[in-house]
Design a protein around this ligand. Structure first.
Ligand SMILES: [Zn+2]
Length: 647
């Protein structure tokens, strides 16, 4: 049924449609947007005018529908100043995906005609895409701070848009702020010397001086990659003569720069596998700890959580992952959120190839695949192995697509590509990926198009045993994409390092609270091995084999409760809470108030909630203001879901 439906849709429109946009993007498409934003960070408000250039794609149109959420619309007018009418409706009663803005045009527009119109509106603290932070929430405490998070369908609370990865547009922006010395602002675009069109803002008080910054993004991008950050910010190159830069509050910038000194080498390692970086420079912003993800791949302006700065370099795979998105995700994009693995699976695949070139540690790469597989398995257990969300093609009809995002598009996507590489051969697969990127650069596609390209490429290259390979590729393709639960083929990532780490874990269990002879081996482990050791402890805790006296001895030897690396610390807390340890609640509550990244704090909340629901709720209430809206929703659903189970 699903496959038949998709074939019919493809026949009509070329690619799968996006069910999470209310816009009429199949009839008319945004080509360029100019944002003009007057920031009032104290009042947590932005006065905005956005000017659009649309092109009619269908036969004719007399209205334009855009996505929006929680914006206040004042006026919509054509380029000749004629004000046009608009209405707002709610295609879904729960409004979780926002509203539809219907703009009634002054006349009928025919195919290929351009429509230029502007919208005056304001953004306030209801916006789910913007975090407005008081200066007390920042590190330097000099001035307020704001940052955006638009993926996947949150950009509609930043501006009325065709909020779908299917549509790519160029953008320019004028950002106006009070001229306070410490303030700066950056966007996912180049800074421009050209001064763009300025509206008259009655809010610009002549008693102050104002700072204007201009931006231009000349490469067409989808709306979810539009980003802005403003605050007490400093920018510095990460190495002499390289292409990579770092932005953060000034008090931490030297510390971060030291940890990120090899960014240029990361970029070169990725290029070695996949080809040239085409976006010019690369900049990473280390945001305040309430940023809800490890990283976000906004072009020219990757956002990252300070939790990746571990002082040991163990969090840098996140930086490599976000860089790899410059090819998969930002240059070649999924056409809807049901095809998210077209972004994430390919990016994880490229991240691990580049990590192999950079670190030269094949075992470490395999161990990372095992850790990713364990996280995916845990998501499958949580969702239920029959849940459609555990497939590589989740149905996001009628829901906020955020709900469908799990580790599955990342790790099952990675495993599917590893499976295909095994059939095709590593060298042929690499050159296929390079050709795939060139063919679809700056476009958005679905998985069916990838399959067609792959088979056409292999045929045209006259690869050996084409018929056999074609059969092997197609035999399991639909199972990989549509079948829920575990992958149809289980891949083997095992290494001797895995066995060593498992034996090390057992040595602690059988020592029954004494120090095992080999305890110091831990200090020579790869970061991935340390994670696997902690995941093994978690499994022992689930099987009720992790005794409290063993926990005490491990902590005495390895000092995990005061560990600086958040990736290790969260796994430690998850394991000991699952084992029933209630002696470290103070440290755990403090930890949960320092990290706003769901990947890290959500598993701890889950374990804490199962052990002591009241304390979990109390901890969440204490830190509620610190968390981003996205993670508040995730934690709330953990607390509610597990509480029902307890009842
Ligand atoms: Zn990613």
């Amino acid at each position: 049924m699903i496959i038949l439906g998709i074939l019919i849709i493809k026949l009509v429109f070329g690619y799968e449609i996006d069910v999470n946009t209310f816009s009429n993007y199949l009839d008319v498409q945004i080509k360029h947007i100019h944002f003009e934003w007057l920031l009032n960070m104290e009042k947590k408000q932005i006065n905005a005018t956005t000017k659009y250039q649309f092109q009619v794609i269908g036969e004719s149109i007399n209205k334009i529908c855009l996505d929006m959420k929680d914006l206040t619309i004042y006026q919509i007018y054509m380029s000749n100043g004629i004000i046009v009418k608009h209405t707002v409706d709610y295609p879904y009663a729960d409004s979780d995906q926002g509203q539809r803005l219907n703009i009634l045009l002054n006349r009928e527009y025919k195919r290929d005609e351009f429509v230029i119109l502007s919208i005056k509106y304001s953004i306030d603290s209801r916006s789910e895409s913007i975090s407005f932070m008081n200066k007390s929430q920042t590190s330097t405490k000099v001035m307020p701070y704001l940052f955006t998070q638009c993926e996947d369908a949150y950009c509609r609370s930043l501006a009325p848009l065709q909020d779908t990865p299917a549509i790519k547009q160029t953008y320019s922006a004028t950002v106006i702020q009070k001229n306070i010395e410490a303030t700066d602002v950056f966007m996912s675009a180049e800074e421009s010397q050209e001064q763009f069109w300025i509206e008259n803002h009655p809010q610009i008080d002549p008693n102050f001086t104002w700072k204007y910054k201009y931006f231009i993004q000349k490469i067409p991008i989808p709306s979810y990659l539009i980003a802005i950050v403003a605050g007490n910010l400093q920018k510095t190159p990460t190495s002499n003569g390289g292409r990579t830069f770092l932005i953060s509050e000034p008090d931490k910038i030297n510390e971060y720069k030291e940890e990120l000194k090899d960014m240029e080498q990361f970029l070169q390692a990725i290029e070695q596998y996949i080809g040239s970086y085409t976006w010019g420079t690369y900049t990473i912003v280390i945001l305040p700890p309430s940023f809800p993800y490890g990283g976000m791949e906004n072009p020219l302006l990757t956002f990252a959580s300070p939790t990746i700065m571990t002082k040991t370099g163990s969090g840098l795979y996140v930086a490599i992952h976000e860089m790899a998105h410059s090819w998969f995700g930002n240059t070649l994009t999924c056409v809807n959120w049901a095809n998210m693995w077209i972004n994430e699976g390919f990016t994880v695949f490229l991240e691990r190839k580049a990590s192999l070139y950079y670190y030269q540690e094949p075992d470490d790469i395999k161990l990372n695949a095992i850790i990713g597989n364990a996280t995916m398995y845990s998501d499958i257990l949580d969702l239920g192995s029959h849940s459609n969300f555990t497939s590589l093609h989740p149905d996001t009809t009628g829901i906020n697509p955020q709900l469908s995002i799990t580790e599955i598009p990342y790790e099952k996507g990675f495993q599917f590509l590893t499976f295909l590489e095994g059939i095709i051969g590593a060298e042929d697969f690499k050159f296929m990926l390079r050709s795939y990127l060139t063919t679809y650069q700056y476009k958005s596609i679905d998985q069916q198009e990838f399959q067609l390209f792959l088979l056409r490429y292999l045929y045209q290259q006259q690869v050996d045993n084409y018929s056999t390979k074609r059969y092997q590729i197609l035999e399991y393709w639909d199972s990989w994409i549509y079948q829920p639960g575990l992958p149809p083929i289980i891949l083997d990532f095992s290494t001797n390092k895995l066995i060593e780490t498992q034996q090390y874990t057992i040595s602690y269990i059988i020592a029954k609270g004494n120090q095992p002879d080999n305890y110091a081996e831990y200090f020579n482990f790869y970061p991935s091995q340390k994670k696997i050791f902690l995941e093994e402890l978690f499994k022992k805790a689930q099987n009720k084999e992790l005794e409290l006296n063993v926990i005490e001895q491990i902590d005495k030897d390895l000092q995990l409760t005061i560990e600086n690396d958040y990736e290790l610390k969260f796994r430690w807390f998850k394991a000991i809470l699952t084992a029933g340890d209630k002696t470290r609640f103070t440290q755990i509550a403090e930890f949960l108030g320092q990290v706003g990244t769901c990947e890290i704090s959500c598993p701890v909340y889950k374990a804490l909630n199962e052990l002591d629901h009241e304390f979990a709720v109390q901890t969440f209430t204490t830190h509620y203001e610190f968390y981003h809206q996205i993670i508040r929703n995730s934690i709330q659903s953990i607390l509610e879901k597990n509480h029902q189970i307890i009842k």
